[in-house]
Design a protein around this ligand. Structure first.
Ligand SMILES: Cc1ncc(COP(=O)(O)O)c(C=O)c1O
Length: 401
């Protein structure tokens, strides 16, 4: 690109611009060959060897092969980094791909990871069944002990891992306190920010070192791809990237293109989902067939205080504990007409699932109850449909429970 290119100014980073401006513009680096407003998908497995290959200082910056580096996946990582306030990032084949590469590359035999008990089911499986085989110790922090996390660390702790709000009970945990506990022992804090999204919460600004996303969810926003991401601490992202390159946990360029498209509307979607979920959580607390509505801040005054301190909006997820347990929850799901009974979350369409049978089925009943996941719990991902249509669907289905 020549210095005199009249569009060169379009590529300058704009760190101080608002969220939606960054969402639309960072992922839209113009294509200089044809001037396309939407960058093309580099749907290629390989690239012509650059003539200067032998002189390249950093092979990681040379386009050789798409398992290692591809312009479309790079752009997706850059776009998310801009939204999370990170200097660097990488996209992966899935959220679990991102998390597994982070955990397995940052820890070695003899190290300890301190993890909140309240984590996505497969994250629990990774820590419970896989990580110990590498000689890594896992120390669990019960949700009620979250404020005492420092006491659960030791000289061997290298990584702290948490989510907030949690899946599916929507508890809120103090990211600043976890970051302090990590840094006191020279460890890193990794936060799964899937539920909050960068619209509502930026863990890096609260002291976390790494942010992980299941980009399958809100970031893509249309339930049409599987992807993951890791942004933050440069050394850690680079270490996880090397492992991902080796294991092949790389995102396909077409999925990266869809992800880029989804991220442009992230703010617009999530702000509407925040409003609708907040409205529904208030209206549904009046329903006599519901034992409890779970929404960030609703669990206790401490949760509410932390949510106010670290979240800009409360998100589009809410869970309902139905009177009548699993039988009632199954009947509720069967009677829904607008909301799709499906696992996953964060899309434009509302989805409902039973964590007992989907996201947390790998856990024993005792493990689930310890995390507050009762048999009658229904998790709802609020879409962008009209809020009173969603409310009417829930109220009609409740009559059959
Ligand atoms: C909070 C959370 N983290 C991680 C994951 C895993 O992401 P993926 O399914 O993209 O591997 C999920 C998936 O449901 C999730 O809900």
């Amino acid at each position: 690109m020549s210095k005199s290119d009249p569009r060169a100014h379009l590529r300058r980073p704009r760190p101080k611009e608002g969220f939606d401006t960054r969402a639309v513009r960072t992922g839209a680096a113009p294509d200089y060959n044809a001037g396309a407003v939407v960058p093309p998908i580099y749907q290629t497995s390989t690239f012509h060897f650059p003539t200067e290959l032998s002189e390249a200082r950093n092979l990681g910056e040379v386009h050789l092969y798409s398992r290692l580096l591809n312009p479309t996946t790079t752009l997706a990582a850059r776009s998310l980094s801009a939204l999370e306030g990170a200097s660097t990032g990488r996209v992966f084949a899935s959220g679990m791909g991102a998390l597994s590469c982070a955990v397995l590359s940052l820890l070695r035999s003899g190290d300890e990871v301190v993890a909140l008990e309240d984590l996505y089911g497969n994250t629990v499986t990774l820590l419970r069944d896989v990580v110990p085989k590498w000689g890594i110790r896992v120390t669990w922090v019960p949700p009620g002990d979250s404020h005492l996390v420092r006491e659960h660390t030791s000289g061997a702790t290298r990584l702290l891992l948490m989510e907030s709000p949690t899946n599916p009970t929507l508890r809120v945990h103090d990211i600043r306190a976890w970051a302090r506990a990590a840094h006191d022992v020279g460890a890193l804090l990794l936060v799964d920010n899937t539920f909050a999204t960068p619209v509502n919460q930026n863990p890096l600004a609260l002291g976390a070192d790494l942010v992980m996303h299941s980009a399958t969810k809100y970031l893509s926003g249309h339930s049409d791809l599987i992807a993951g991401a890791l942004v933050g601490n440069e050394n850690a992202v680079s270490t996880a990237t090397t492992l991902a390159d080796t294991l092949g946990a790389t995102l396909d360029p077409f999925a990266a293109f869809l992800l880029l498209r989804g991220m442009k509307t992230l703010g617009v979607r999530v702000r509407k989902q925040n409003e609708t979920a907040q409205y529904l959580s208030t209206r549904l607390s009046e329903e006599r067939r519901i034992e409890r509505v779970h929404y960030p801040g609703s669990f206790s005054t401490a949760d509410e205080r932390i949510a106010r301190a670290q979240m800009r909006g409360r998100g589009g997820m809410l869970s309902l504990s139905l009177k009548g347990g699993l039988r009632a929850a199954r009947a509720f799901l069967r009677e829904l007409r607008l909301i799709h009974p499906a696992s996953s979350l964060g899309g434009v369409e509302s989805l409902a699932s039973l964590p007992v049978e989907t996201s947390h089925r790998q856990l024993s009943r005792a493990e689930r109850l310890a995390r507050g996941i009762d048999d009658g719990l229904v998790r709802i991902s609020i879409g962008i449909e009209d809020r009173d249509d969603i409310l009417a669907d829930i109220q009609a289905a409740l009559r059959h429970t």
